[in-house]
Design a binder for this molecule. Structure first.
Ligand code: SF4
Length: 659
């Protein structure tokens, strides 16, 4: 397997710039009369959840999706009869005045793809299962066997390419982390490189036929894998002189706040670096709820170049040079920045969560419920939840009650100086205050620094009691904060850093999405020992849960059960939303357990690669239960399936009773 641990030359490897916002220019691809890539806007799309044979329901859902902002609509075509029915759906849509380009979603069935390619504007194929073998066996392929298999696939795939050429139909080569073929797995393993090669083989076959109407995706439910795979794809395509447009998505992101945060972490991280031409946010919700989320993510970048042109804060030139000359981290492989811990912050400790409580009623301990500490007046004690924040910032305001013993309080320096009892209380100082301070905390000092100050920071400016609070108000702030981390690495300054972003006047949804993008992108690359989202006008509970949600989505701190639930589609064998809620209601206290909930097993047990347990539709009223990729119980009647799943978790010793 290829060694990716070597640090790469970062500037321009997978994006135009790591410091300036610059959209990566891709080839323009025509999909019906809505072009994708090139200088076109980032297009939004989604997928229907209706039975494709139900023409009316599919048409009506498609219209709702268009009204909610979808530029394209994807419809599943599991067999030739559904592929044929796409003609009726298209006809009905056109007769109602909707010219939305349609995309057929294909798995395993070349004949359905060949039919659909004559009807709709684009087909999506999965290279892991389009004519490739997927027996879920551990097969060793010799180079000769590997090449013979590729040759066999070529012969099966080329008829579709020829039809697409003839009809002007576009194609998405959509790789899924969970459905790599045995052949790819044998050579590359279950890795981002395997995902990239899986797509590259099909791209090369298309190019061999002079067919270039391609869009590429690299989806995974694990955001780190997904981000690394897209970056590697661009790097690989660039080396081979290709620039196909990118369809971005985190697959099986789940629902509600979790689904939104996870999607924003994966998709937003790539958008920040100028990657992405179309977005599909996959939520276990009705598809018309997906487009507004995708639009909120994409809209930030519409004006970003313009805003940057007039923004006076620019990354210091020296940071850019340093970064280009001596990169310190790999964007293709997760590795946490090495730090010396200060009082459980940094080192191997999970990232901490800090919230601003200075505007709360500091006479009332009950407000701490919202940040994970429920106060019992009778017992005069606090109970700590799994998502209990670690630090609270009080500014200059003093509480009139005792805080939980394990919750550190942070005060502005001058106020801290005046405190009678400094136990568990620590100062927040500006960089300037710290350098001049005669009295400092013996153990822990928080020093605020703006990301533009990277150049002026030297190792002898700080000591072993310092945790930096890294802020930015720059428009392209994530990149500036990332540059700061790179500068710290280059100067070998190993002090922990809490990453802070402040947001004014954002509604709850935007706060979640923007914070998950800005901060999630840093944690995805191993930067950050703590998170501080400052949004004075938003509820503390939302800020706290968003902070923990970002850490969970980046896999840097696990504080709850994770649901890897598919968005559902025309293949779905049960009500995904209802079932997900039901499973959640009985298992949401199982911190750290990942449960996959899939409407069908289209991609095989590989879909369970990222889950500890799986609940998968296998037929009408039939559920198959998994432990990892292993089938534990087949075809359980739906009414008993959740109880059986819980029994499996209990047998494994992973069950705890709800408090
Ligand atoms: S896993 Fe879900 S979204 Fe994927 S094909 Fe099956 S039902 Fe459709």
């Amino acid at each position: 397997m290829e060694n990716l641990s070597a640090k790469h030359n970062l500037e321009g490897d997978y994006c135009n710039s790591l410091t300036r916002y610059s959209r990566f220019l891709t080839r323009e691809v025509n999909i019906g009369d809505i072009a994708l890539g090139g200088h076109n806007p980032i297009r939004i799309q989604s997928m229907t959840t209706t039975d494709t044979m139900n023409t009316l329901a599919t048409v009506e859902q498609t219209i709702r999706m268009v009204e909610s902002g979808c530029a394209y609509v994807r419809i599943t075509a599991p067999s030739i009869k559904e592929a044929e029915n796409l003609a009726n759906i298209k006809k009905e849509l056109r007769s109602r005045g909707y010219s939305v380009p349609l995309i057929a979603d294909i798995h395993f069935t070349p004949n359905a793809a060949e039919m659909a390619a004559r009807i709709v504007e684009k087909v999506r194929i999965n290279p892991g299962n389009y004519a490739d073998k997927k027996k879920f066996e551990n097969i060793e392929y010799t180079q000769a066997a590997y090449d013979a298999e590729l040759d066999r696939i070529y012969k099966k795939f080329i008829p579709l390419v020829k039809i697409c050429k003839e009809y002007g139909t576009a194609m998405r080569i959509g790789t899924n982390h969970g459905s790599l073929s045995d052949r790819i797995m044998s050579h590359y393993g279950d890795t981002p490189r395997g995902m990239v090669e899986s797509a590259m083989e099909f791209i090369r076959m298309c190019e061999d036929q002079n067919y270039y109407n391609l869009v590429i995706s690299m989806k995974a439910s694990n955001t780190q894998v997904m981000v690394q795979a897209y970056r590697l794809l661009v790097e690989t395509m660039t080396k081979e002189g290709m620039n196909y447009p990118l369809h971005l998505g985190v697959t099986e992101a789940g629902d509600g706040e979790d689904g939104r945060i996870k999607s924003a972490v994966g998709i937003g991280t790539l958008l920040e670096d100028g990657l992405g031409d179309t977005i599909r946010v996959s939520l276990t919700e009705d598809p018309e709820f997906e487009a507004p989320v995708a639009k909120a993510l994409a809209d930030r970048y519409v004006q970003r170049s313009l805003k940057l042109a007039v923004e006076s804060l620019k990354p210091p030139a020296k940071i850019q040079t340093l970064q280009a000359e001596a990169p310190t981290y790999s964007p293709y492989e997760y590795s946490r920045r090495i730090t010396e811990p200060v009082q459980h912050i940094g080192g191997h400790h999970h990232p901490v969560v800090m919230v601003n409580v200075s505007k709360e009623n500091l006479k009332d301990p009950y407000f701490l419920n919202t940040v994970g500490y429920s106060y019992s007046a009778g017992l005069d004690k606090y109970n700590m939840a799994d998502q209990a924040c670690d630090l609270v910032y009080l500014g200059d305001n003093l509480p009139s009650f005792s805080f939980p013993g394990n919750l550190k309080q942070v005060y502005n320096y001058k106020t801290w100086l005046g405190l009678q009892d400094k136990n568990n209380c620590h100062p927040l100082l500006s960089f300037d205050e710290f350098s001049k301070a005669e009295v400092k905390d013996e153990f822990l000092n928080f020093v605020q620094i703006d990301a533009v100050q990277a150049d002026s920071l030297r190792a002898d400016h700080v000591d072993e009691t310092v945790v930096l609070v890294l802020e930015t108000s720059a428009v392209h702030g994530m990149a500036l904060q990332r540059s700061f981390f790179v500068a710290l690495q280059q100067k070998n300054i190993q002090i922990p850093v809490i990453v802070k972003r402040s947001y004014e006047n954002l509604d709850a949804d935007k706060l979640m999405l923007y914070a998950a993008t800005d901060l999630g992108a840093l944690f995805t690359d191993g930067f950050g020992d703590g998170i501080w989202i400052d949004a004075p006008k938003q509820h503390l509970a939302l800020i706290n849960s968003t902070s923990f949600g970002i850490l969970q989505a980046t896999r840097t701190r696990i504080s709850k059960t994770e649901y890897i639930s598919c968005p559902s589609c025309g293949r779905t064998l049960f009500d995904l939303q209802e079932t997900t809620q039901l499973i959640r209601s009985r298992t949401d206290h199982l911190k750290g357990i990942k449960i996959g909930i899939m409407g069908c097993i289209v991609n095989g047990p590989g879909e369970m690669a990222d889950a500890d347990y799986g609940y998968v539709g296998t037929g009408p009223d039939k559920i198959t239960l998994y432990r990892g990729k292993e089938v534990v119980k087949k075809n359980v009647t739906t009414a008993y399936a959740l109880d059986e799943l819980i029994d499996i978790i209990k047998d494994d010793g992973n069950w705890v009773e709800k408090a």
